[in-house]
Design a protein around this ligand. Structure first.
Ligand SMILES: *[C@@H]1O[C@H](CO)[C@@H](O)[C@H](O)[C@H]1NC(C)=O
Ligand SMILES: *[C@@H]1O[C@H](CO)[C@@H](O)[C@H](O)[C@H]1NC(C)=O
Ligand SMILES: *[C@@H]1O[C@H](CO)[C@@H](O)[C@H](O)[C@H]1NC(C)=O
Ligand SMILES: *[C@@H]1O[C@H](CO)[C@@H](O)[C@H](O)[C@H]1NC(C)=O
Length: 427
């Protein structure tokens, strides 16, 4: 009798155990869309110069354009590395789910991160349309680099497989991450890619470790610039494409609130007016589009003569425009400070809007409020607080990088068809 019952029980238990992966697979059927919220880091402290350095590093930009003057009446806040101080804490208004706030300094260059499941382990990562590698902090890194983080442990995953090959990302300033390649089940918003290939760094330079809360990147640029050896491996987006209703993902990044990425669907309730479709030149591997004109406030449109194209980059915090645009935008109300490598202004300034033409059909307006990026120091003459601009110069580089400051003003569709980008005013 007892034997019979326990046999039934154990059968049903193992049936459940077998059934579990089938349930997990269910969302992979055709006709699919899914959403991922961006999680605001609980200890996020916006730091302009760190964000700028990160962007320059990422795109190999040398900060050579400006030389010279330190402003006598400007005193930057003295913060180790950027770190935390009461005066910088005004944005720490929401909590992330881990709640583990490190005591060491944070470079404040990634404001939002999103949860990703790798081999069943939830890791908080940064979605980056400006690169195409996926890599994750993991237990093969020296203990000192991963203490306090929730990282991927390949030996705890029954679906982990080693992949022959290696990866190495290096930036202009010799910072790098390198190591092995792995393959595992990666699930984002409930949609599973069974065999996503990603990097498992065994060595990571300090500039990557300085961001304590993002434990890796999910590259959402084009597969052509994936850097893995022996050859490009598909991005997560390319891998889920066949399963999506529509071959798109959208970004609705918000200021001071949780934003959202959505895959497989264009949610028409998220924007007002027309969604304008511009073609993307992906020959450099980026979501690159034409932007030939700009306007300051309600001034008239001016031609951008130096770099009339830009990329949409969710992995960059700032909006980096050509020197021509930066100079024209800040003319008369802000100053360039050598000590913090960027345009600064009095925080109580009424900041003008900046508009840029997208293709030749749409004018995107970035409200001045988004261009007040963070407090950076003090005006010694007036005692007033000085702020760092969310719009900065691309230092004469051949590309303008339109990061979160720009994207937060819009509803953006990253469309595999074309490829193309769709822009609209968010609701
Ligand atoms: C400090 O304030 C004075 C007076 O308003 C102004 O002229 C100067 O440009 C300010 N300096 C900075 C660095 O904001
Ligand atoms: C993962 O594996 C380590 C040993 O490698 C173990 O200490 C830890 O408890 C495991 N974690 C989980 C969630 O299974
Ligand atoms: C800035 O743009 C917003 C729309 O994004 C508009 O409501 C506002 O009036 C503009 N401000 C100025 C000073 O032009
Ligand atoms: C954008 O344009 C491309 C053709 O260039 C087209 O295939 C795609 O469907 C369009 N996207 C939307 C959302 O209309």
């Amino acid at each position: 009798m007892h034997l019979g019952i326990s046999l039934v029980l154990s059968l049903s238990l193992s049936y459940d155990a077998l059934a579990a992966p089938v349930t997990a697979l269910h969302p992979q059927k055709k006709s699919k869309s899914f959403r991922v919220e961006r999680v605001r880091r609980s200890d996020y402290v916006a730091h302009g110069p760190a964000a700028l350095r990160k962007a320059y590093r990422k795109f190999g930009i040398a900060p050579t354009e400006f030389t010279g003057i330190d402003l006598d009446d400007f005193e930057p806040f003295d913060l180790p590395h950027t770190g935390k101080s009461a005066s910088f804490n005004q944005k720490s208004d929401e909590s992330d789910q881990s709640g583990s706030v490190s005591a060491t300094s944070v470079q404040g260059d990634v404001e939002f991160v999103s949860p990703v499941q790798i081999g069943g382990q939830t890791i908080v990562m940064d979605f980056d349309t400006g690169s195409s590698d996926m890599w994750v902090m993991n237990t093969n890194l020296p203990q000192s680099s991963i203490s306090g983080r929730t990282v991927y442990n390949p030996s705890n995953s029954s679906t982990y497989k080693k992949v022959d090959g290696s990866f190495k990302i290096s930036y202009g300033d010799s910072s790098s991450a390198s190591g092995d390649l792995a393959q595992d089940k990666v699930s984002i918003g409930g949609v599973v890619v069974e065999d996503q290939v990603f990097g498992l760094p065994t060595s990571v330079s300090d500039s990557f470790l300085s961001d304590e809360n993002s434990n890796g990147l999910v590259g959402l640029g084009f597969t052509s610039i994936n850097t893995f050896d022996p050859g490009p491996q598909k991005t997560f987006f390319d891998n889920v494409l066949p399963d999506l209703d529509e071959p798109v993902f959208t970004a609705r990044l918000k200021s001071e609130a949780v934003g959202e990425y959505e895959f497989g669907i264009i949610d028409h309730a998220k924007y007002s007016g027309t969604l304008v479709n511009v073609s993307v030149d992906n020959s450099n591997g980026f979501w690159q589009f034409e932007t030939g004109q700009f306007a300051v406030g309600d001034g008239s449109l001016q031609k951008i003569t130096d770099v009339p194209t830009a990329i949409a980059d969710t992995g960059t915090s700032l909006m980096l425009v050509s020197p021509q645009v930066a100079k024209a935008y800040y003319d008369g109300w802000a100053q360039y400070s050598n000590s913090v490598d960027g345009y600064i202004f009095s925080c109580d300034t009424d900041i003008p809007n900046l508009s840029v033409a997208i293709g030749n059909k749409f004018q995107a307006t970035i409200p001045g409020s988004l261009i007040n990026f963070a407090e950076i120091g003090k005006n010694k003459t007036t005692g007033g607080t000085v702020c760092y601009g969310g719009v900065q110069s691309n230092s004469g580089s051949s590309i303008q990088i339109f990061g979160d400051v720009f994207l937060k003003a819009l509803f953006v569709v990253f469309d595999h068809r074309g490829p193309s980008l769709g822009f609209a005013s968010p609701k």
